[in-house]
Ligand binder design. Structure first.
Ligand code: ADP
Ligand code: MG
Length: 158
């Protein structure tokens, strides 16, 4: 686990974009954090790093959006999802197991029992200090993404 503090949306954006450039097919990243933390902003910039030209919006109403870039991006937002069985209905498990794409899941903590064994976990929190300050806490579940995780840590040092 490691954490970094960003002092502006731009700093969070820069990290998102770098991670997007780094990620290879089959990576799952779960985002935890309250409304307004910066999850969607992070995903929008991850998408830039994946060379997605389309505007990434929060898929709050349709739960999942797919974007084509260097790799397909499956962007889930589980905020409005109420029941576990709905995950199956929207094809969640098929996408999460797709080795061709990148999967990003906002509000993944709502369905913690339904997540895969392996994923990168990013928690974004406001800090007490400043309105535009955020704490980004990176962690990993399982060990499949261990190498990628180390690379993420490396690129966050700069
Ligand atoms: P979420 O998807 O977590 O609900 P959003 O990404 O939609 O949150 O919104 C985050 C808001 O917080 C944006 O308006 C963004 O400009 C603002 N913000 C302020 N400081 C930061 C920061 N350091 N990192 C990310 N977002 C920030
Ligand atoms: Mg959001």
């Amino acid at each position: 686990m490691f954490e970094i503090i960003t002092k502006s949306p731009e700093e969070t954006a820069a990290i998102g974009e770098k991670i997007g450039r780094l990620f290879s097919a089959g990576t799952v990243i779960c985002l935890y954090g309250d409304l307004g933390a910066g999850k969607t902003l992070f995903v929008q910039n991850l998408a830039k790093g994946l060379e997605i030209d389309e505007d990434v919006t929060s898929p709050t109403f349709n739960i999942m959006n797919v974007y084509e870039g260097r790799l397909p991006l499956y962007h889930f937002d589980l905020y409005r999802l109420e029941q576990e069985y709905e995950l199956e209905d929207i094809g969640f498990y098929d996408y999460v197991d797709d080795p061709e794409g990148i999967v990003v899941i906002e509000w993944a903590d709502k369905f913690a029992d339904c997540l895969p064994d392996d994923f990168i976990l990013l928690t974004i929190e406001r800090t007490e200090a400043e309105e535009n300050e955020r704490r980004l806490i990176f962690d990993i579940r399982g060990d499949v993404y261990k190498d990628i995780f180390q690379e993420v840590e490396g690129l966050c040092q700069f």
